[in-house]
Design a protein around this ligand. Structure first.
Ligand code: ADP
Ligand code: MG
Length: 254
């Protein structure tokens, strides 16, 4: 598979009246098409800043970002962004929330709407279309937020601590579920998480950032021998503990 994304020496600082905050320093890494990357690092090190730069909301001060559209065209790959909070609007029904992105981008075509219908059915939300977000469980809300993101047919998904608002048990289920859906759809994913076990369970490769200004400390490939397809299979894999200890070491020895 070829690289869909390459970061080369990307640096970024915030400037304010109180001075400069260096957030990212010479960040370089590649992401292959279809790959699942987890980014871990101490709180406040610059992880969200990094995703904002990849998504194009912020522009790097130095360095290059190279993207290749997997469809072979010259246009940049479409990027979907999902945040920690689901950001569903209570005054809109579930359905009107999931089509919000399409509405904002003036893309309410019959093709797109039938894709949304398919996603609603696949993700078990069809019967809840007329409900308000507060009537859904945490996991269902995350699914609705995912449908809203997927409706725009992104080729790269950026997830910024998307499961951290969920309780532990729900989080295990929803994270496995959502990642399965994204993998099945053949998308590339970059997920930020502070949960080391989650990073190991979900990612093909983990990028470890240092404290601020973040530099890439290390990259760990994840290869797990799964005994079954249960939710806990990754956590029970023989390689899990070793990877966890390695991540722990890297993060605690800044
Ligand atoms: P993380 O997501 O790893 O917790 P962030 O990328 O949100 O970290 O922030 C990195 C650093 O930049 C933090 O020290 C934060 O306080 C600072 N920062 C974030 N956003 C801004 C901003 N808009 N203006 C100034 N400083 C900011
Ligand atoms: Mg953050």
């Amino acid at each position: 598979m070829q690289n869909i994304l390459e970061l080369k020496n990307v640096s970024y600082s915030y400037h304010s009246l109180h001075g400069e905050t260096k957030a990212l320093k010479n960040i370089s890494f590649d992401v292959k098409e279809g790959e699942f990357i987890a980014i871990v690092g101490p709180s406040g090190c610059g992880k969200s800043t990094l995703l904002s730069i990849i998504s194009g909301q912020l522009r790097q001060e130095q360095g290059d970002i190279i993207m290749r559209n997997p469809d072979g065209s010259d246009s940049a790959p479409r990027i979907g962004y999902m945040l920690q909070k689901d950001h569903l609007f209570e005054w809109r029904s579930v359905y009107r929330n999931v089509i919000l992105g399409l509405e904002l981008h003036h893309m309410l075509t019959s093709d797109k709407l039938s894709y949304v219908e398919r996603l609603l059915t696949e993700y078990g939300l069809s019967q809840f279309r007329d409900k308000r977000p507060s009537e859904l469980s945490g996991g269902m809300k995350q699914r609705a937020a995912l449908i809203r993101t997927l409706a725009l047919e992104p080729q790269i998904l950026l997830l910024d601590e998307p499961f951290s608002a969920l309780d532990y048990q729900t989080r295990l289920m929803v994270s496995a579920d959502i990642c399965h859906l994204i993998r099945t759809a053949g998308k590339t994913m970059i997920i930020i998480t502070h949960d080391l076990a989650e990073a190991i369970c979900l990612a093909d490769r983990i990028i470890i950032l240092s404290g601020r200004p973040a530099v890439v400390k290390n990259e760990l490939p994840v290869k797990l021998t799964l005994q079954d397809d249960s939710l806990l299979a990754a956590r029970n894999a023989p390689e899990f503990q070793n990877l966890f200890n390695q991540l722990w070491e890297e993060l605690t020895h800044a």
